[in-house]
Design a protein around this ligand. Structure first.
Ligand code: CP
Length: 337
C-alpha cells in the first residue's frame, strides 16, 4: 500500500500520470471513481483551499469527506511513543489511525511544525505516525512539505506554457524567491517548490537574503540530485539581479530561518532588513517574461505587488484551482491500489 507523503517517493512518470488525469477531470469534473469511498481530513492547522478542494473533489467523484480538527471537537491526540498519557491528550495516534482506518478509505493529514525545535519538526512525526499506524493510504495535506501544491503548480505551468507555445518545462529557469512576511512561516512550500522544479527538469535557483535562510539540507540535496539527473544544477543565490536574470518562472514564498527556530526575536531583526525582496515590476523586468505564482494565502504588497499579482503572467489562481483537480487524481490513484 502506497501513501502520498512526498513527491520524492513517486517517479516523475507516475506524477505526470496524475497531472494528466487531473487535466482530464478539469475538462470533465464529475465521475464515480470514488463511489462509496470516504476520506478523513485531519486539520491541525487552518486552511481555505486544501479543506474545500479535498471535500468537493471527493464528492465530485462519488465519495465523501469527513473533516476533523481539534477545534471541531476531536479528542486531543498524543503522538509520542511509550509516553505516560497523564497530560492533555486523551487518545493516542495509534488508536486514532487504526479506528479511522475502519471507517475510511484514506486519511489526509495537515500538521505544521511547532516552530520551537527544527531538529524535532523535521522528523514530520505526526504525518509519519499516521502512515505507520493507519491501515489505509495517508495523504500529506501540508506538514514540512506540501506535495499536493507541487502537482497543482506543475500542472498550471504546463497548461500555461503549452497555451503560449513556450514548450516543455525541461531546462527552464525556475526562481524560488524568499519574500518578507512579518512572521516566520513554514518552509514546507519552499522545500516542495525546489524539489518539484528539479524533478521536472527545470533549472532551480533559490534566492534568499542570507545563508540562514537556505532550506534544510535534506531538500537542497534532493533537489540537487534530481537537477543533476536532468542535466541541470541547483543554484543558491543572495543576489537579486543575478537570480531574476532570465528566469522563466518566479515562485514567491516566505519562510523562517531554520537556525532561529525557538528563538525568533533575532530572526525578526534580520527579516525586517529584507522587505525589498518583494516581487515587483522592476524585478520581473529582469526575467524572460516569467510566469509568477504563490501557493496562497498571500499578503498583497508585502510578498508580491498588486501590479505583478494582477498581471497576465500570474498563474496563482490556476494553481489554486488545480489543487481540486490534482487531489482528485491523487485520491483516485490511492483508492485504486
Ligand atoms: N495553499 C494552501 O494549502 O492553502 P490553504 O492553507 O488555504 O489550504
Amino acid at each position: 500500500m502506497k501513501h502520498f507523503l512526498n513527491t520524492s517517493d513517486w517517479s516523475r512518470p507516475d506524477l505526470q500520470a496524475m497531472i494528466d488525469d487531473a487535466r482530464a477531470m478539469k475538462a470533465s469534473p464529475l465521475g464515480d471513481s470514488l463511489q462509496g469511498k470516504t476520506i478523513a481530513l485531519l486539520f491541525l492547522n487552518n486552511s481555505l483551499r486544501t479543506r474545500t478542494s479535498f471535500d468537493i473533489g471527493a464528492r465530485q467523484l462519488g465519495g465523501y469527506a469527513v473533516v476533523l480538527s481539534p477545534s471541531g471537537g476531536m479528542w486531543p491526540l498524543e503522538f509520542e511513543d511509550g509516553v505516560v498519557m497523564d497530560g492533555e491528550a486523551e487518545e493516542h495516534v495509534k488508536e486514532a489511525a487504526k479506528v479511522l482506518s475502519r471507517y475510511c478509505d484514506m486519511i489526509g493529514v495537515r500538521a505544521f511544525p511547532k516552530f520551537v525545535d527544527w531538529s524535532e519538526d523535521r522528523k514530520d512525526r505526526i504525518l509519519n505516525a499516521f502512515a505507520t499506524y493507519a491501515d489505509v493510504p495517508v495523504v500529506n495535506m501540508e506538514t514540512i512539505t506540501h506535495p499536493c501544491q507541487e502537482l497543482a503548480h506543475v500542472m498550471a505551468l504546463q497548461e500555461r506554457f503549452e497555451r503560449d507555445g513556450r514548450g516543455a518545462l525541461d531546462g527552464k529557469k525556475f526562481l524560488l524567491t524568499w519574500t518578507y512576511h512579518p512572521k516566520p512561516l513554514n518552509t514546507a512550500v519552499a522545500n516542495s517548490a525546489l524539489m518539484i522544479a528539479a524533478k521536472f527538469g527545470m533549472r532551480p535557483t533559490l534566492l534568499c537574503p542570507t545563508e540562514d535562510y537556505v532550506l534544510d539540507a535534506r531538500y537542497i540535496e534532493q533537489a540537487s540530485r534530481d537537477a543533476e539527473e536532468n542535466g541541470c544544477a541547483l543554484t543558491v543565490s543572495h543576489d537579486i539581479d543575478a537570480a531574476y536574470d532570465g528566469a522563466e518562472i518566479v515562485y514567491a514564498k516566505s519562510w523562517g530561518a531554520l537556525p532561529f527556530f525557538g528563538d525568533w526575536a533575532p530572526e525578526k531583526d534580520i527579516r525586517d532588513r529584507f522587505r525589498h525582496f518583494i516581487v515587483d515590476e522592476e524585478k520581473m523586468a529582469k526575467t524572460d517574461n516569467a510566469l509568477v505564482s504563490h501557493c496562497l494565502p498571500m499578503r498583497r504588497n508585502v510578498k508580491i505587488t498588486d501590479a505583478v499579482f494582477d498581471s497576465e503572467n500570474c498563474i496563482a489562481y490556476e494553481e489554486a484551482e488545480n489543487r481540486l483537480h490534482v487531489q482528485k487524481a491523487i485520491m483516485k490513484a490511492l483508492a485504486s491500489q
